[in-house]
Write a protein that binds this ligand. Structure first.
Ligand SMILES: NC(=O)c1ccc[n+]([C@@H]2O[C@H](COP(=O)([O-])OP(=O)(O)OC[C@H]3O[C@@H](n4cnc5c(N)ncnc54)[C@H](O)[C@@H]3O)[C@@H](O)[C@H]2O)c1
Length: 396
């Protein structure tokens, strides 16, 4: 059987784990053909941990050819995702990028156009889409089990990070290196699950607190209030400075509510539409029968490996993509809008005005450079390279 040849660009914390998973044969039908990194210590890691069959190069352009690979997996810092992806599409390759899709939705739009023009397969590593709890919750919302949705609330504050984490690589938590804080690094998964289940909000107001809990130049504490065209609303609260944190998602609809916490999905279901009850009952505070359903979930397999398997199976036999690359722009549009709202102290439409976002981000980057806070080359890899780490799974 033909094997899909992967080239991994960027073999830091995440990329080395992907490379090792492919190299160790965790993905049937796939093979690790090449890796690339700018950092000499990472290349040394590759020489020590990967066999002769894997091409190892410092310039990723050397692997952007269908002679060497079928897919490039881009696991470099965020700004470079659209840049490298566009080059790979132009070279006739399939592309799987790490999250977030990029920093500025304008660049990501160009990447999506390049993907469509190339006709190649494009995916994004939204591994939390493989989580059975989120899949089940999405299914229930899609089939209307909760009726018309009134409210979505997510407190996702269990992304705790210490100052040592932020100090571990110069690109982290800077406008020039990372292009944002918790919204752009940790939360793309959650913003994606939000829009995956609920669709895109039409406008929002956000409060992004910069360096609230850490010595960093970007936000580490965020509250978003968002609205939908049908009148539904959403709140999204996140932080890397609360310990212990919370991961509690609630969706309330006209036929009941769903609560996800600690890996358990609880459903509280009405047998009649609340809107009907509200206007037909003579009771001031009616006590309707509520059916409770409790569903326990566990992730049996690492979500990253599942996305790799799915991407490979899509190429080999047309399996439906769990996480198409062009959908990466949605979570980024929410975070871009949240920044604009926080910076301008206004409620803004989603998507936010692209020129305003790009202009304000440019100013932040310029001022950061002037303060000589520009990033150093990424050097530190404190986590054990090459192994999937539970910190990247859904934490309940
Ligand atoms: N899906 C997930 O759960 C998940 C988890 C962690 C990180 N990520 C994403 O993966 C990306 C990388 O994060 P990380 O934590 O591995 O960072 P990292 O700093 O550990 O690794 C990035 C690597 O890219 C290399 N690099 C930079 N520019 C390069 C270039 N032009 N060519 C080749 N190599 C280059 C660096 O030398 C470094 O080794 C980020 O976008 C991050 O958001 C995703």
């Amino acid at each position: 059987m033909k094997k899909i040849r992967y080239g991994v660009i960027g073999i830091g914390n995440m990329g080395s784990a992907h490379a090792k998973a492919l190299y160790d044969g965790l993905v049937d039908g796939a093979v690790l053909a090449a890796v690339s990194d700018l950092d000499a210590t990472r290349l040394l890691w590759a020489h020590e941990n990967l066999g002769q069959s894997v091409a190892i190069c410092s310039d990723y352009h050397d692997i952007l050819t269908p002679d060497k690979v079928d897919v490039v997996l881009v696991a470099t810092p965020h700004y470079t995702h659209p840049v490298i992806a566009k080059e790979a599409f132009a070279a006739g390759l399939n592309v799987l990028i790490e999250k977030p899709a990029g920093v500025d939705a304008v660049d990501v739009k160009c990447m999506n156009k390049a993907a469509e023009k190339s006709g190649k397969v494009f995916g994004i590593m939204f591994n939390q889409r493989t989580n059975p709890l989120f899949q089940t919750l999405k299914y229930y919302v899609d089939i209307g089990l909760l009726g018309e949705i009134k409210r979505f609330n997510w407190i996702i504050s269990n992304w705790y990070r210490s100052q040592a984490y932020y100090d571990s690589a110069g690109w982290r938590a800077t406008w020039n290196g990372e292009g944002g804080g918790v919204l752009l690094n940790q939360c793309p998964h959650n913003l994606d699950i939000w829009q995956w289940i609920m669709g895109m909000p039409s406008r929002l107001r956000a409060f992004c607190k910069v360096g609230h809990f850490h010595r960093i130049a970007v936000e580490d504490d965020v509250t978003i209030y968002a609205e939908y065209r049908n009148g539904a609303s959403a709140t999204f609260i996140t932080s890397t400075g609360e310990y212990p944190g919370t991961n509690r998602l609630e969706i309330s609809g006209t036929y009941g509510k769903a609560v996800a916490e600690e890996g358990v999905l609880k459903l509280y279901l009405l047998s009649e539409d609340e809107r009907e009850i509200c206007f037909n009952t003579s009771e001031a505070m009616p006590r309707e029968k509520i059916t409770e359903v409790v569903l326990n979930f566990e992730e049996k397999e690492d979500g990253h490996v599942l996305i790799l398997k799915n991407f490979t199976n899509h190429l080999l036999n047309g399996e439906e993509l769990i996480s198409p690359g062009t959908e990466g722009i949605n979570s980024l549009r929410i975070s871009n809008a949240a920044y604009v709202s926080s910076w301008t102290h206004e409620t803004v439409d989603v998507p936010a005005d692209e020129k305003i976002f790009s202009g304000l981000l440019f100013e932040k980057r310029k001022r950061e450079k002037e303060r000589k806070a520009a990033p150093e080359p990424p050097v530190s890899h404190k986590e054990k390279a090459g192994e999937y780490d539970s910190r990247w799974s859904v934490r309940w």
